[in-house]
Design a protein around this ligand. Structure first.
Ligand code: ADP
Ligand code: MG
Length: 704
């Protein structure tokens, strides 16, 4: 059957949206730009809000300042004003009184309306010449033949869809309405009855229908709640389902930690662990003792000391004669970890190596051979470690630092690299960014989470100030006085991708200018993303050892860089950063025992950007900042969620719907507890929907 022979009656949810009556290929192409390909997509293209037009009232009873709707007949329509600033003014009457309507800069209104037309007006009531008046109201003409429309006048909620110039919201609404007319009866229910009853959710077809075309606020909120829940629930189910499956299928090497091993490890760490670190260590230790692979996320505020916890786990694995791989996102971080760990392990027999993109061929193949033969205990590297020729004799633990730069796929890449392919290493992911709980549950929902609260003792708080242009000179003077005492400073420049060259130039100029001008007499270095790895490492090295006193950095200074003597950070154009990003940056200072200062250079103290920055001046709690950031900019900006493969929610809102997410998580756990393979009759539709939506992403399809 030719494609265009698909008829109205054969339309299904999986048909292409172009076959919906009134759509066709041209509009289908426009829909495709919105991510809508099938009829199902179209029906699940939900409005982001509803425009409320309240039931109309009598003109004679209008009250000043209220939002109201009236229906009446147009009298005396006139156009006045200058040719390019026309005012259309009309009088509208119903049986109870009259009001004025004025439209500014909307001469077209006069072409569409004439005296005697019946119109419906909505807007705020103000006064003009002592008479009730609507200024630039929403309006629509009413066909006089639809007289009963007036009689049954009700509240109206127009769905507002995210639209394009070629495909306005109203056109989308019409297509969805048409689609629902023909396939509405195919919308099935997949939530188990028990859940629907418990939460008093409307049935799925009803929820979908009502969310597109509600007739009351209650209908909007009830259908929205159900649809948001559904998104959370399916994702939680997928995540937990794949996790239990993994746990029953994958085996790991046990890493038991005897009191003797524990003592030996602690002797290597040059400080006593904080309470928070201890808790994380014991959570990790109990995971490692089992033959089920650990999948744990270690999150903590910047500087809380994740590295020490990771080192503990690594040494435990090595004590059990297994191998460890630590992956960090940049060469600078790899080198820093390597140096630090070597320092901890001075005089021990632990055999370590580094693997970088820059590692020479011969050195690389020697390292690979040693890893394969089990002659190395611990390898630290960049993503070079993910390459397929890297294999191990007995890899038991993978540590991934500053996870947000790695995707989920990469996390999986190191899973089976031991000679025994049935073994899966324990995995510990360290995140640099504190993540709001909602986001952690969705993005990292397949991981257990350990959180280190609090900071190591003796930390000086960081003083953060917003510095407007009139105070820049004073700020530099302050910086100079601290440099003179032997302290060090970062000067950070934002790098905007579109104008990278320009920014690079300004950072380079800035470094030169500072060296010559504001910071004359102090060694100023420059670090940017275009430099070769070796150059970057050399600059970092010089800064770490104090040869460079000031570091001007274009890109984000590598997360995780640890130079305790750096006590100042100046951020130029601070308003261009997200809060969490600034908090991360700020974490580069305040690492030693001296008081540290973060100076956020911004244009003004007024406006939304400055308001945002003030949050940073008020708190140093990364979790609170992350919540705030998510509220202000949405979860997508907080992490590069696309990298994480985080699904985009159509209805649910991570910043607002936390209780719903928790319920969905608990419900999913309960269902899987009762029916681990979702084989019960009551779960049939649910399982189908789960596979349809997440089968590929969570490789659920091959469930036996
Ligand atoms: P992050 O969690 O940001 O990766 P790091 O592991 O780099 O933090 O630790 C930050 C700094 O705190 C390091 O200089 C580290 O040596 C130090 N540190 C970590 N834990 C402790 C502790 N328990 N006592 C004292 N200093 C600590
Ligand atoms: Mg770190």
């Amino acid at each position: 059957m030719a494609a265009n022979a698909v008829t109205h009656s054969t339309l299904t949810l999986d048909s292409s949206a172009q076959f919906v009556r009134g759509v066709g290929p041209a509009r289908a192409a426009l829909l495709a730009q919105l991510g809508v390909g099938t009829v199902r997509h179209l029906i699940e293209y939900f409005p982001f809000r509803h425009e409320h037009r309240p039931q109309s009232k009598a003109i004679g009873s209008l009250v000043l300042e209220e939002i109201a709707t009236v229906v009446g007949e147009i009298r005396r329509l006139k156009v006045s004003g200058l040719p390019n600033r026309k005012i259309v003014q009309a009088t509208v009457i119903d049986g109870t009184g009259q009001c004025t309507v004025r439209w500014f800069n909307a001469a077209y209104v006069a072409d569409e309306l004439r005296g005697g037309d019946i119109i419906r007006l909505s807007g705020k009531v103000d006064a003009f010449n002592d008479r009730a008046c609507f200024t630039n109201p929403k309006w629509s003409k009413i066909d006089p033949s639809q007289a009963d429309l007036l009689a049954n006048d009700v509240d109206e909620f127009e769905p507002i869809y995210s639209a394009t110039a070629e495909l306005p919201s109203r056109a989308i609404a019409k297509m969805i309405r048409t689609a629902l007319e023909s396939v509405g009866d195919q919308l099935g229910e997949f939530l188990p009855q028990a859940i629907r009853t418990k939460h008093r959710f409307p049935a799925r077809p009803e929820a979908i229908l009502r969310f597109h075309h509600p007739s009351s606020k209650q209908e909007i909120s009830a259908s929205k709640r159900r649809l948001a829940y559904e998104e959370f629930f399916l994702l939680q189910l997928a995540v937990q389902f794949s996790r239990t499956r993994r746990a029953s299928r994958d085996r790991a090497l046990k890493i038991p930690i005897s009191p003797e091993v524990d003592r030996r490890i602690r002797r290597r760490i040059p400080f006593a662990l904080t309470k928070g670190q201890e808790r994380a260590v014991s959570e990790i230790a109990s995971d490692l003792a089992r033959d089920v692979p650990m999948n744990r996320l270690l999150q903590a505020d910047v500087g809380a000391g994740k590295t020490a916890v990771a080192v503990y786990a690594a040494l435990a694995a090595i004590a059990n004669k297994t191998q460890v791989a630590l992956v960090a996102p940049t060469e600078i971080l790899v080198r820093q970890h390597f140096e630090k760990v070597q320092h901890y392990l001075r005089g021990s027999r632990v055999r370590m190596a580094c693997l970088l993109g820059a590692t020479s061929k011969s050195e690389r193949s020697a390292t690979l051979r040693a890893l394969q033969r089990g002659e190395l205990d611990w390898v630290i590297g960049t993503h070079a470690l993910f390459e397929s020729d890297v294999s191990f004799q007995r890899l038991a633990l993978v540590l991934i630092d500053e996870q947000h730069k790695f995707g989920v796929a990469q996390r999986a890449a190191l899973r089976t690299r031991s000679s025994d392919k049935t073994l899966v290493p324990h995995t510990l992911v360290l995140t640099a960014t504190p993540i709001p709980r909602t986001l952690a549950m969705t993005v990292f929902g397949d991981l257990d989470v350990s959180t280190i609260g609090g900071l190591p003792p003796g930390r000086q708080p960081i003083t953060t100030r917003l510095v407007t242009s009139d105070l820049h000179a004073k700020a530099w003077e302050f910086v100079r006085s601290h440099l003179a005492r032997g302290e060090q400073a970062y000067v950070v420049y934002p790098l905007v991708e579109e104008s990278e060259n320009l920014e690079l130039k300004s950072a380079t100029d800035e470094a030169k200018r500072l060296a010559r001008d504001e910071l004359a007499g102090f060694e100023v270095g420059l670090l940017h993303g275009r430099m070769k790895a070796a150059e970057k490492a050399a600059v970092m090295e010089n800064f770490r050892h104090g040869k460079l006193r000031v570091l001007v950095a274009t890109t984000v200074i590598e997360v995780g860089v640890d130079v305790p003597n750096a006590t100042m950070m100046i951020v130029r154009h601070a308003e261009r950063y997200g809060l969490s990003q600034l908090h991360q940056l700020r974490g580069r200072i305040g690492r030693g025992s001296k008081r540290s200062y973060c100076l956020l250079f911004a244009e003004t103290r007024e406006g939304a950007a400055a308001e945002r920055l003030k949050v940073l001046c008020e708190t140093s709690d990364g979790f609170r900042i992350a919540e705030e950031d998510m509220r202000l900019r949405g979860p997508g900006e907080l992490l590069s969620t696309r990298q994480h493969g985080m699904p985009e929610f159509k209805v649910a809102n991570l910043a607002e719907d936390f209780p719903l997410l928790e319920q969905a998580r608990d419900d999913a756990a309960r269902i899987l507890h009762e029916d681990p393979n979702l084989r019960a009759n009551a779960s049939r539709e649910l399982y189908k929907e789960l596979v349809r939506k997440f089968g590929r992403r969570f490789s659920l399809v091959d469930v036996s």
